[in-house]
Design a protein around this ligand. Structure first.
Ligand code: ADP
Length: 267
């Protein structure tokens, strides 16, 4: 099926609660066409932010969830065979570059480095994308913009971006929002009252302090919203928190006890 660029326009404003000066910095980076890297743990608002910015700037948004099996052709495109013969199909990166969309490569470290390098000629002054198989040198649309997300927690020697890739981007750090702001986000997104949202955030803060002491990742804003949604559905807070916050994040019995105890302190 043909991927239409108009399908990628965001009609309604995605609600985003700013946590600092990220909106104005992103807008300035967009105006300068300086590619942007959003750095931060999973579930802290990076995707929502880029959706909001795409809406605000009136650009379509093409999102790609990166993985290690992804090839350069998955990004750039390939010839497909159908009843009428072969035809070229643009990959998501090409689609965005051709039509002036924002291309968001989510969790870009997951992709192999030989895949990631295809973005290089698009992210310097050349702003071109060679479609080698097609024999086309695509000049990016003036409005084309590249955004990648990167979770520094997953960084390892095996999986990291090349310096030559990193240095093409300006970076914005994302982290868990301040308690007051996160409370507002949880209440807005899940429908619980502010008092319950505050308790969820306090449980989140406690759990985040266990990171590195048995927990690999802290409880994310996304997980707190899940707990809030269960509570808003009428589930009692303790089983809601057990299901949404404790069980997904660890299998270690001691860590589960510690998190259960944190939940019990508030509910
Ligand atoms: P990431 O892309 O960092 O993994 P998301 O953007 O998907 O995380 O965030 C998870 C959820 O948390 C979002 O769907 C949204 O409901 C909520 N969220 C987090 N931060 C914010 C924020 N600043 N404003 C509005 N919603 C937010």
């Amino acid at each position: 099926m043909k991927d239409m660029i108009s399908d990628h326009l965001i009609a309604e404003q995605p609600w985003y609660r700013p946590t600092g000066n990220e909106l104005s910095l992103f807008e300035a980076a967009y105006a300068a066409r300086m590619p942007v890297m959003l750095k931060g743990p999973t579930g802290c608002g990076k995707t929502r932010f880029v959706e909001h910015m795409a809406w605000k700037l009136g650009r379509p948004l093409v999102t790609v969830a990166c993985n290690e099996d992804m090839t350069a052709s998955d990004l750039v495109g390939r010839f497909l065979l159908d009843a009428d013969g072969t035809h070229w199909q643009d990959g998501p990166l090409t689609l965005a570059a051709r039509h002036g969309a924002i291309c968001y490569l989510d969790e870009v470290v997951e992709a192999r480095q030989d895949t990631t390098v295809v973005i290089h000629p698009l992210t310097d002054n050349r702003r071109v994308l060679p479609l080698e198989k097609k024999g086309e040198l695509l000049k990016a649309h003036p409005d084309f913009f590249l955004v990648i997300s990167y979770n520094p927690g997953y960084q390892s020697l095996m999986k990291d971006l090349k310096q030559s890739t990193k240095q093409r981007f300006g970076a914005l750090d994302f982290d868990w929002p301040e308690e007051e702001i996160e409370t507002e986000i949880i209440a807005h997104e899940s429908g619980v009252d502010p008092e319950t949202a505050k308790k969820l955030v306090e449980i989140g803060t406690r759990a985040r302090n266990l990171k590195g002491h048995g927990l690999d990742e802290g409880i994310s804003t996304r997980m707190l919203i899940h707990a809030g949604k269960l509570i808003a559905q009428g589930v009692e807070p303790v089983p809601a928190c057990t299901m949404a916050l404790v069980r997904p994040i660890t299998d270690d019995p001691d860590m589960r006890d510690a998190l259960d105890a944190a939940v019990a302190t508030y509910f």
